[in-house]
Design a protein around this ligand. Structure first.
Ligand code: DC
Length: 191
């Protein structure tokens, strides 16, 4: 079983996806963390072959070739670098393959930009999580202009642009509690 949660930055994907996974007893997959870790790997070694880089999760930690990069991937620079790297089709191919291998077995809540459209169009439940740009910028503690710039890059790239799957259920989190959002998503999961 796979619950795919896609949407723009600051929509609440990480918080909601983690809480939904916990409520359902599923495993949580943060695909954005994989793009962020890949961007760190490239920043350290521009010619690195990402197929040979190990990106793994250990509880809450993100490991890059065994090293804990959980904090390093959350800087504003890492956010921008990940968004820039994510336009590269070769990079996406490598990371999508890793993601498919993970969610192919077991029960998952996976969050990203292209889970319902590219990584797993067969996902049983697809959610498109949104919120007003002002609220999303406030949650991320960044200027609205910076958030909009990143949204536009994520949505306009040629390789699997960020967009809602046709069969995704749109959930607007503006002014809605996490509990309410999670309950709405849990109710979509057939049991
Ligand atoms: O969700 P996030 O902010 O951690 O994602 C970081 C960047 O990675 C984001 O700008 C877009 C990119 N990304 C992507 O292109 N596809 C995904 N499935 C997840 C993230």
């Amino acid at each position: 079983m796979l619950v795919a949660i896609d949407g723009p930055a600051g929509a609440g994907k990480s918080t909601v996806a983690r809480a939904t996974a916990e409520a359902l007893g599923f495993t949580y997959l943060d695909t954005g963390a994989m793009y962020r870790a890949a961007a760190l790997a490239r920043a350290a070694r521009p010619d690195v072959d990402l197929r040979r880089v190990e990106i793994a999760f250990d509880e809450q930690a993100v490991l890059l070739d065994g090293k804990d990069v959980s904090a390093a991937i959350r800087t504003p620079q890492a956010s921008q670098a990940a968004s820039r790297l994510a336009v590269d089709p070769a990079v996406r191919e490598v990371l999508v393959a890793k993601q498919r291998a993970l969610v192919g077995e077991g029960d998952w809540v996976a969050e990203g930009r292209d889970i319902g459209t590219v990584v797993a169009p067969e996902a049983e439940v697809k959610v498109w999580l949104t919120a007003a740009p002002e609220e999303r910028a406030r949650r991320r503690e960044i200027p609205v202009a910076e958030l909009v710039e990143r949204d536009e890059r994520d949505a306009s790239r040629a390789a699997s642009p960020m967009r809602a799957a046709q069969d995704a259920v749109e959930v607007d989190t503006t002014g809605v509690s996490i509990e309410t959002v999670v309950a709405r998503i849990v109710a979509l999961v057939p049991r």
